[in-house]
Design a protein around this ligand. Structure first.
Ligand code: COA
Length: 367
């Protein structure tokens, strides 16, 4: 169990500023630090299991710690698989995030294995939903595998080649945590009331679902398909902007430069190519990014709108073989690791989060 150093809620003119020692997002410099490590250093060097240990226990694990995290997450997947027959119609819901939200709401984790149960269940339920959508039965988890490899296997029905599992792992590590983003904040608000971790995670899933947060990677791939080829990119992007629509995968509330995770995921996709796997959208994505960046710069000269994490998420998750409808639920699998860490941190604060509102309505009338 991690001992949180700096976490407290400090009052600033009635505003509560949350402190966290889990991750730091520097929007000006384009820097993301997770558990004390730059995201560039983590991705490709450590596993998702390692990052779970980093976030939940406060340090990268030694060999024994790696084994115990791997076993804990495998046990979480096993418990979730046993729950599959009792999820009502959750997995029949057509939207993957609706399905995951409904499925996760059924979870009652053992008190000594809450985090691993939540993350393991998210992986099992998301994979089972994807298979249900194509009329295939769920695949039982394999406790000998990493979560990344087992997730791909549970989606595909056959073991994934090692480079694809490595690409999946790189994705899960990269998006495991990201400061006080909307879904993490939602989860922390629920925890701050004294509520339980599953309720908090369900709130996080609800917030993550929106296209302005975690719902963008599928639409990014739709955009790449609609563009078709680099020479059509400018006309397509300009048409979207003229129609008042947003370019998915571009812009960020915090980053004023390119999202550092875009580079990390682009690198992971490039590594797949180097290992002999096709990355059908990588070259087109690079071309569309350049065009979108310049078109957005022309339209919003004072507001840098650069590629965000979702841009190359779409390329990488497509290349590892996930259907695009599963992109957002897969984001939730990874981010559940961060949510769980933030939930524990918030619980250690022990204070209700209650943002103030400023009343701008009519003065009170006499009845
Ligand atoms: N495409 C076109 N215009 C965009 C844009 C995009 N991707 N992102 C921002 N803008 C424009 C807005 O239309 C707005 O213009 P206006 O002032 O003329 O209305 C201006 O830039 C500021 O946008 P705003 O929504 O206030 O900025 P924000 O910080 O709240 O936006 C996002 C952050 C992520 C919500 C936004 O960039 C976006 O919608 N991106 C596309 C969706 C996406 O990729 N989501 C995943 C995020 S990780």
């Amino acid at each position: 169990m991690r001992m949180h150093k700096g976490c407290s809620a400090s009052g600033l003119d009635g505003v509560v500023a949350a402190e966290t020692d889990l991750s730091e997002v520097d929007g000006e410099a384009g820097r993301l630090v997770i558990g004390g490590y730059e995201v560039e250093a983590l991705t490709g060097s450590v596993t998702f299991e390692d990052v779970c240990a980093l976030l939940w226990d406060g340090a990268l694990p030694d060999e024994a710690g790696k084994k115990s995290m791997q076993q804990a997450l495998a046990a979480g997947r096993d418990r979730a698989a046993k729950l599959l027959p009792d999820l009502g119609n959750a997995l029949a819901l057509p939207d993957g995030m609706d399905a995951l939200r409904a499925a996760m709401a059924h979870l009652v984790p053992p008190p000594d294995a809450v985090n691993a149960s939540i993350v393991g269940a998210a992986a099992v339920f998301a994979a089972a939903w994807a298979r249900h959508q194509t009329g295939q039965p769920a695949v039982a988890p394999d406790p000998s595998l990493s979560l990344a490899a087992d997730y791909l296997r549970m989606v595909r029905g056959t073991p994934a080649p090692a480079p694809l599992a490595a690409g999946m792992d790189a994705y899960l590590v990269t998006v495991s945590d990201h400061g006080l983003n909307a879904s993490t904040f939602a989860a922390r608000v629920v925890t701050s009331t004294g509520s339980d971790a599953v309720s908090s995670v369900v709130a996080g899933i609800g917030a993550l679902k929106g296209p302005l947060h975690g719902g963008a990677p599928g639409p990014v791939l739709d955009m790449l398909d609609a563009v078709g080829s680099p020479e059509h990119a400018m006309a397509w992007i300009e048409g979207e902007l003229r129609a008042g629509r947003r370019i998915m995968g571009m812009g960020h509330r915090i980053y004023r430069v390119r999202d550092p995770r875009a580079a990390v995921l682009e690198r992971a996709a490039t590594a797949l190519e180097a290992a002999g796997h096709t990355t059908p959208h990588l070259a087109l994505a690079r071309a569309v990014e350049r065009v979108a960046e310049s078109a957005l710069a022309a339209k919003y000269p004072d507001r840098p709108l650069r590629a965000n994490v979702e841009f190359y998420t779409s390329v990488l998750l497509d290349a590892v073989g996930l259907p695009r409808a599963l992109f957002s639920p897969t984001f939730a699998v990874a981010r559940a690791a961060g949510w769980c860490a933030h939930i524990e941190e918030q619980r250690a604060v022990g204070k209700l989060i209650r943002p103030a509102s400023r009343y701008v309505g009519e003065p009170a009338a006499k009845v």
